[in-house]
Design a protein around this ligand. Structure first.
Ligand code: GFB
Length: 316
């Protein structure tokens, strides 16, 4: 397997990881510590990324040359569908403020992170990067998706107009340490992990799965994502976004069964039809990333076991 040439080494750089307390940002920090670079961070209390002036001032003071836009207002299907204003405004503001401040302060390279939900709801599977904006979005997350599409378009526009080396990566559904395990606002994997753990400890014979359990999702461990992002920061410099995923998918019921096996839960699953299914499938075509020489290493069962260990030591 040929590996892409390193065109942007990280050694000696001043790297701003925005959103460093979130799941993706934390994983990036763990990964980038292995590089000989200076890591810059700002907590939410120190810097409100929705405040244009504050972000501009922070960039002028700290002068990063490399930026990961890992900060975002994120949540699962229910949180997305019930907070459309926050998901649209916060994510538009975060993207616009960071990308514009990076342009003004001549940041050498910036990576913007999107999501597989930017693609049309009924996109042909696996989803190629080229199908962006070819059909209607999934209604439960169109607000978040529109903000992410705007962010990636801003990177493209600044590349064309100003020559900025700003790139965009589109990860599939993510999971791992530092995820949100709150039942109403979280994504499916941490929610089912918390519910199945709770039912196992209390002896509850049933666990509720939202929707029908038939939608298919692709799950990537966040440590694999961080590895891919560092790889792309070094090797990728194109206008079009690049997908990051595993190339495999499971139904939500299969996911619940895998989690039950890891935890040792013997009960059964029931379905809550009042909750939405969302997109029927979201499997990314990762052939571009594979052609560059990158592939994930953490299989789903191993990743769930590691995340469950983290959950027991950090959340319970
Ligand atoms: O992970 P999730 O919340 O978001 O839900 P999406 C995935 C699927 O799991 C849906 C089902 O079909 C849910 O109905 N599900 C079953 C559950 N039980 C549960 C549960 O207890 N909690 C949750 N949360 N889901 C998100 C977008 O879509 O994907 C975001 O809302 C983001 O914008 C993210 O892009 C990657 O995969 O449907």
């Amino acid at each position: 397997m040929q590996t892409a040439r390193i065109i942007y080494p990280l050694k000696g750089r001043r790297v701003f990881v925005s959103g460093h307390r979130g799941m993706v940002g934390s994983a990036l920090i763990r990964r980038i510590r292995a590089e000989e670079c200076l890591i810059l961070t700002a907590t939410r209390e120190e810097l409100d990324l929705r405040d244009q002036k504050a972000v501009g001032d922070w960039f002028l003071t700290n002068l990063p040359d490399t930026v990961f836009v890992a900060a975002a207002h994120v949540g699962g299907i229910y949180e997305n569908a019930t907070h459309p204003g926050e998901f649209l405004y916060d994510n538009l503001a975060i993207a616009a403020n960071i990308i514009e401040a990076a342009r003004r302060t001549a940041v050498r390279k910036l990576m913007f992170l999107g999501s597989s939900c930017i693609y049309p709801r009924l996109a042909a599977q696996p989803i190629r990067e080229s199908c962006l904006l070819t059909g209607p979005l999934e209604p439960t997350n169109e607000w978040y998706a529109i903000a992410k599409i705007a962010g990636l378009k801003l990177c493209q526009a600044y590349r064309r107009q100003y020559g900025c080396d700003f790139i965009s990566a589109m990860p599939t559904n993510l999971y791992g340490p530092d995820d949100n395990f709150e039942l109403l606002s979280s994504h499916v994997l941490p929610a089912l992990l918390a519910k199945i753990d709770s039912a196992t400890r209390s002896g509850d014979p049933t666990v509720t799965i939202w929707g029908t359990g038939t939608p298919r999702r692709e799950f990537l461990h966040v440590d694999d994502l961080a590895e891919a992002l560092v790889f792309l920061m070094r090797t990728w410099s194109e206008e079009q976004p690049i997908n990051v995923g595993t190339g495999t998918e499971v139904t939500i019921l299969e996911l619940a069964q895998t989690i039950a096996t890891v935890i040792g839960y013997k009960g059964r699953f029931v379905f809550d039809a009042t909750k939405p299914d969302g997109a029927p499938r979201k499997l990314l075509d990762t052939s571009q990333l594979a052609a560059l020489g990158w592939r994930p290493h953490i299989d789903l069962a191993t990743g769930i076991r590691q995340t469950y260990d983290w959950y027991r030591t950090h959340i319970l």
